[in-house]
Write a protein that binds this ligand. Sequence first.
Ligand code: ATP
Ligand code: MG
Length: 772
Amino acid sequence: MANYLDSLNPAQKQAVLQKDGPMIIIAGAGSGKTRVLTYRIAHLMNSGVDAFNILSLTFTNKAAREMKERIAAVVGASEAKNLWMGTFHSVFARILRAEADKLGFPSNFTIYDTQDSVRLITAIIKEMGLDKDRYKPKQVLSRISSFKNSLITVRAYFNNSDLQEADLMASRPKVGDIYREYVDRCFKSGAMDFDDLLLRTNEVLAKFPDVLAKYQDRFRYILVDEYQDTNHSQYLIVRALADRFQNICVVGDDSQSIYSFRGANIQNILSFQKDYPDVKTFKLEQNYRSTKNIVNAANSVIEKNKTKLDKEVWTSNDDGESIKVMCTVSDGEEGRFVAQSIFDNKMNMQLKNDQFAVLYRTNSQSRAMEDALRKKSIDYKIYGGISFYQRKEIKDILSYLRLLINPNDEEALKRVINYPARGIGATTIDKLTIAANHYKKSIFEILKHLDKVDLKINAGTRTKLQNFLNMILRLQIEAQTKNAFDIADTVIKETRLVKDLESDGTPEAVSKVENVQELLNGIKDFITDKTEEGNDASLTAYLEEVALYTDLDADKKDDKPKVSLMSIHQSKGLEYPYVYIVGLEENLFPSAMSMNTRSELEEERRLFYVALTRAEKVAYLTYTKTRYRWGKLIDCEPSRFLEEIDERFLEYMTPKAPIGATNRFIDAGLFDDAPKKIRFQKPIQRKRAEKEQAKKTTFTPPKNLKKVSQTSSGGNLFDDKITVGNIVEHNRFGKGEVIKLEGAGANKKAEIQFGTAGKKNLLLKFANLKVI
Ligand code: ATP
Ligand code: MG
């Protein structure tokens, strides 16, 4: 495709032709940012830049593959293959394979996924004898993750009294100790978690100037898509690598920044301009994706955000249809509406399933949609939830494979040492763990030296451990000569894993056996693909790829087109002709956990902006009057986002009351005089009438769901109420008197004289004090 430049508008073309130096494109949704990035790479190659010298970072590996295909169409597949392209995690995992030994890690280090990390943290909390209700493993992990993404090492943590105080205030004083133990155990297991892939990359680049120089020299051109969602750790890697040649091009949209809860930082966009004073800034304003109605409706919503960069988005596309709003009585009804509507649209317009997407705020909303689609025999595919590679039977096999590559991998070993059951009980595993910790060795090393360690186990158990060890050692030797498929097949036979499932005989077990077969098929495909591409097809390469799969990546090419179901977070960068955004209710979207500060609410609004701008032709917004949440039927109010859309772009649908369901509609108060056809009232008109009722019925989320804001500078709601002399109550220290106040906003502190606990200095943001 020689005329690729002709498929760009003048602004896009300019950005593609700007070859050297730092540049930034901040532009609205659907304005061709990703397209510019793609053609820029093709153009660089056409102007003589070696593919090996180009590094391109994308949001999913799938996005990278698609970009590569487009580039291949311009420059040829054999050249495109040499590009460094992928997510931050996959690219830097690959680099760490070559450099990990410098940090004391084996080059065949394991990558722990979230499940592994949670299991390890759970084990540590238990071993330390801590209360698992106070130290919730997922919360502790997310705290540790936030340290790592801010490059706060264990040592830095213990040198930072503010951080320690925050954990103390959150009644989790041992977080630092858990962090230290977690890092030690990962290291001993030769394992890195997702955050380590970035943290350790930063570490190796900072500590080894020759390593930094090597990659700076290699990556002469660096491109980053979805730059608004990079976290500090990623930002630092990019900055370090680009430092020498400064040929860095980042594209993003501040209005689509939706990962601040994972440490992404809008500030990165602003810092970019400071880091590179001679940066060239490009604007793209024309949207090619959506109809005028959709573009304008999305603009009318995002306008309400105070924190945003100035930019216009317009389109020369048709007006298109109005955005359709639908209210239903229940979440089940909402699902049936969506399924019926997809069915009708398919019939009326002769469309395929893959032209439709259903987007929701939380993964749990998919169930009602699935049920309804299944009943209508509409094929669908869910992204998110438990992915294929997280299923137990699959993780068990993968754990065996991991163990063959890296026998020190503690999480893998613990998973399989007694699966399928071979009579090695929890007590024995505990004894092994204690011995491993004591000798500072891995459990596998202990197994190898059972004769030298007094584990106080009986001869029978010892034999079982010995047999397990021998099997793994034998398989390890086979793994050196067999390819990934053959070794997986051998593992399944040797461990009798499938036999074990088959003897179970339940339908669940049958489906598990099918999954195992599917895994083997996947490994076969992997080997074929990689061999064809001339790339590494080893077991190590396979495990790495699988560990870094996101659900979108695992999307296998299937001949049957399917409706896509996914959370809005996952939908970033994608586009579909027909989009259904469901569950537009207060406390669900915006989420009850994200309404405490303006910045949280603005992030929810950006999320809504992302959702709406995925639609090319038609967008449907649905909400329901009642919904099951946390096992209870609750009444819902329409989302404020519905009211924020300029009414000119909306159309309220007129549902026919289903025969036989009329009474239900009347009961729910939806129809004033059913069964005649009636238009739904618009939320705005309904608002007043509902206010009274809402007061009675509005759902208040359970207290423990309220998240303490860690980013806001505004502090919590209590700040301003507290003054010197107040008597306050703390849920651990009891009652006390405020003696002194200092600092402001998030840093506001109080010195309090407690009756029994003595004098304490507390950060108000975390202290949750009640004035009494
Ligand atoms: P997002 O913010 O959602 O990531 P984006 O800015 O990356 O969007 P793209 O995905 O690159 O936008 O482009 C949106 C759609 O518009 C794509 O289908 C793309 O092929 C099309 N498009 C972009 N530029 C042009 C153009 N100049 N002519 C025709 N179509 C275009
Ligand atoms: Mg894009």
